[in-house]
Design a protein around this ligand. Structure first.
Ligand SMILES: [Zn+2]
Length: 143
């Protein structure tokens, strides 16, 4: 019996019990592995930090999760982007001006997003304004 730490696409962490890694793979492929919190079938394995503290290391238990982890990371990333985009104010091309006003405390701090040219981005970084560039996948949700 193997216990895998699983993470669903919504970020719920839970344990799954399987006869073997193959059993896990087979059940997952059939859609039999789902999140107990939200029912999502898009789950992936995560390496467990706590488990290795309590017992002997079990390298075999966390072996071939690379592919799952990558797909999951991409999903979590797009989810994070979603959050970021829905919780920030779109100031469009006013972004550099607005970011400066916030940085120099001329206006109350808030999350903003928008566009900046390479030059504007560079000069904001030079001024020490915390800006991050995100490669945002094309989606009509955010237009
Ligand atoms: Zn879930």
């Amino acid at each position: 019996m193997k216990i895998f730490d699983l993470l669903c696409v919504a970020g719920h962490r839970f344990e799954g019990w399987f006869a073997s890694a193959e059993d896990y793979g087979a059940q997952r492929a059939k859609g039999l592995v789902s999140c107990p919190a939200c029912g999502a079938q898009e789950v992936g394995r995560v390496p467990s930090a706590t488990r290795f503290n309590v017992g002997a290391p079990q390298p075999a238990a966390q072996a071939p999760a690379g592919h799952d982890a990558l797909a999951l990371a991409q999903k979590l990333y797009s989810r994070m982007l979603d959050e970021l985009l829905t919780k920030s104010e779109d100031v469009g091309t006013q972004f550099p001006d607005e970011a400066r006003r916030i940085h120099y405390k001329e206006v109350p701090a808030r999350s903003i997003r928008g566009q900046a040219t390479d030059e504007e981005h560079e000069s904001m970084v030079e001024e020490g304004i915390p800006v991050a560039r995100l490669p945002i996948p094309p989606s009509d949700r955010w237009n």
